[in-house]
Design a protein around this ligand. Structure first.
Ligand code: NAP
Length: 488
């Protein structure tokens, strides 16, 4: 097994070894906080993807037949490697994606935990012995791995996103070819390296970096790839779903969100503001589950707005590797332009700016893509931000009067990933929670993720779930064995 050529020149990993792109092409990974080049990685395409699929297909028969308990030993060894390198990988995430180190460390906790949890859970991929209506026959179901899986992930949670897919897939006996986002390839390669170091059999987990379209087309066009698991925008999800139709591949789609956070007048106001601020400015607002629309009941609106604006203004923004930094940059210039355009649209249509509202360019911040933590109020449903994912550190406040009115407004989007309800009444929380058209509802708490819990959306936010038992089912087929017997 060869090592990295130099820290700044990396290779992709498939078939148990480091590989350059077959045509030798490379591209740069950039630190969004400083615009410094972090390294070069292979710019793979269709031939590289085919070679990785060859490796995954060759590894599948043996890996899938290993007892789950033995696969678990491999996965636990990889988890231990990742755990030992937790701090170094967290630093890589921060350098490449921009989030503060504390957030990257939390992400690494989920990476390690997911591997441990699925290594255990796959040992419980039980079938069933079904009561039979016929004599001399018995009905039995067994659970089998789907096969070779193609995974495509975004940049915003670049390590945990790998493990949300790879941990259940590998634990039940699938093999995988993964394409990371072009903004965060090094994180993916560092995580994949831990599998190499843990002596995972060659071809079980493979990473191809490079051009999305040829890689995506190769994964979709190859009959040996039996499932596509995608996390990213709804627009790209739609393209992949169309492509998956050709060979009727299994799909999991974790797509965009537009989450409402609803603050009723009977909530614990300080706790609600703490939660909403933590959620909104997490990863500079670049999270699918962030609060995109904050609905505040009229009687508490001004107090909430004042406290949230004070929180936003006090956040220390900067390079996430520096001590005390609470919010990092946006991922790239294009993201800054989009956020600025959305804020401009809202202000032109009458939104009031309480704090922020501009790019940050003082001192070292000028080198990166930083946007000020922003709070807008007097928001209305006809503004672009009411319908579109903001993906930036902009808290938008909408006033409401009644429960009926806020449920209708919250549901009036094509997305349905997460929602948050803050209230002192458990009856109201359940009443509203049951009527919100989303896959996940946080009640007086924004922490909705865990290795044990099913994560995912409805409507145009996706298909399927990641995490929990449901996340494992996504990589399993159920086979019926109808046994003709002579039982007398
Ligand atoms: P994106 O543009 O859809 O990209 C996601 C991945 O798809 C990247 O690896 C990208 O590659 C690849 N891709 C783009 N076009 C492709 C094509 N034609 N064929 C195959 N692959 C293609 O999304 P993003 O901007 O990176 O991420 C933000 C989005 O992800 C947001 O909408 C967010 O809500 C969503 N998200 C959802 C969840 C969830 O669990 N529901 C979690 C996190 C993020 P390149 O990077 O090389 O272009």
């Amino acid at each position: 097994m060869s090592q990295l050529a130099t820290p700044s020149e990396r290779k992709m990993i498939y078939g148990g070894d480091w590989r350059p792109a077959l045509d030798g092409a490379t591209f740069e990974s950039i630190n969004p906080a400083t615009s410094a080049v972090l390294g070069r990685v292979p710019n793979g395409g269709s031939d590289d993807t085919k070679a990785a699929i060859d490796a995954a297909a060759a590894a599948f028969p043996k890996w899938s037949r290993l007892p789950a308990a033995q696969r678990a030993i491999h996965l636990r060894r990889a988890a231990d490697r990742l755990d030992a390198q937790r701090e170094a990988i967290a630093r890589t995430i921060t350098l490449e994606e921009g989030k503060p180190l504390a957030e990257s460390r939390n992400e690494m906790r989920l990476v390690v935990d997911s591997l441990h949890w699925y290594a255990e859970e796959a040992r419980r991929a039980y079938g069933a012995w079904i009561p039979d209506p016929m004599p001399n026959r018995r009905l039995l179901t067994i659970r089998e791995p789907v096969g070779v899986c193609g995974a495509i992930i975004p940049w915003n949670v670049p390590a945990a996103m790998i493990m949300r897919k790879a941990a259940p897939a590998l634990a039940v006996g699938c093999t995988m070819v993964l394409k990371p986002a072009e903004q965060t390839p090094i994180t993916a390669l560092v995580v994949a390296e831990a599998f190499l170091q843990a002596d995972l059999p060659p071809g079980v987990f493979n990473v191809v970096t490079g051009d999305p379209e040829p890689i995506g087309k190769s994964l979709l066009g190859d009959e040996r790839v039996r499932k596509i698991s995608f996390t990213g925008s709804t627009a790209v999800g739609r393209i992949l779903l169309r492509g998956a139709a050709e060979h009727i591949k299994r799909v999991s789609m974790e797509l965009g969100g537009n989450a409402p956070a609803i603050l009723f007048e009977d909530c614990d106001l300080d706790k609600a503001v703490d939660n909403v601020a933590a959620l909104k400015f997490l990863n500079a607002g670049q999270a699918c589950i962030t609060a995109n629309r904050i609905y505040v009941q009229r009687s508490i609106h001004d107090r909430v707005a004042g406290k949230l604006a004070a929180r936003a203004a006090a956040l220390k923004v900067g390079d996430g590797t520096r001590d005390g930094v609470a919010m990092g940059p946006l991922i790239e210039e294009e993201a800054l332009s989009k956020v600025a355009a959305l804020v401009g649209d809202a202000r032109e249509r009458g939104a009031s700016l309480l704090t922020g509202g501009a790019r940050l360019v003082e001192g070292d911040l000028a080198k990166g893509t930083f946007y000020a933590p922003t709070v807008l109020t007097d928001m209305r449903g006809d503004m672009r931000m009411a319908k579109e994912e903001i993906f930036g550190p902009v808290a938008t406040l909408y006033r409401f009067d009644t429960e009926e009115e806020v449920i209708a407004a919250a549901n009036d989007v094509p997305y349905g990933l997460s929602a948050y309800v803050f209230t002192g009444s458990m009856s109201r929380a359940v009443r509203v929670g049951e009527r919100l058209e989303v896959g996940m509802v946080g009640v007086n708490d924004i922490r909705i993720g865990a290795a044990e819990a099913p994560f995912g959306g409805i409507k145009q936010s996706g298909l399927g779930r990641e995490g929990g038992r449901e996340g494992m089912d996504e990589y399993l087929e159920t086979k019926l064995l109808a046994l003709g017997l002579e039982l007398g």
